[in-house]
Design a protein around this ligand. Structure first.
Ligand code: ZN
Length: 106
């Protein structure tokens, strides 16, 4: 992902409008790229900060961004866990079918 693509995705990330793959690529870029991480912090502060000012809430946005990032990472881990289990089942099913075929043929 390029910096330009990454910047365009920042509002989607903040608004949680991202699919698993987009989120994964986005986080990989943000982890590796200091200027995009900075851009994310700024946009998060602006977007969430404005919303909070309207609500009149007390807020700790730096921490909230950390939590937002953590949540995204957690979701990626869960998703990858499901993918792994899915692959395992596929392999087991294939092995089962193969076993039956061999059993019939012998
Ligand atoms: Zn970048």
């Amino acid at each position: 992902m390029t910096c330009r693509e990454c910047e365009k995705k920042i509002p989607d990330f903040i608004g949680r409008r991202m699919d698993y793959l987009g989120m994964k690529r986005f986080l990989e870029h943000v982890d590796a790229c200091g200027s995009c991480r900075e851009e994310l912090v700024i946009q998060f502060l602006i977007q969430e900060g404005m919303a909070r000012l309207e609500d009149g809430d007390v807020f700790d946005l730096q921490r909230e961004l950390q939590e937002h990032l953590e949540e995204a990472r957690r979701r990626i881990r869960v998703h990858e866990g499901i993918l792994r289990v899915g692959t395992m089942f596929e392999v087991l099913t294939m092995a089962g079918i193969l076993g039956i075929v061999v059993w019939i043929l012998l």
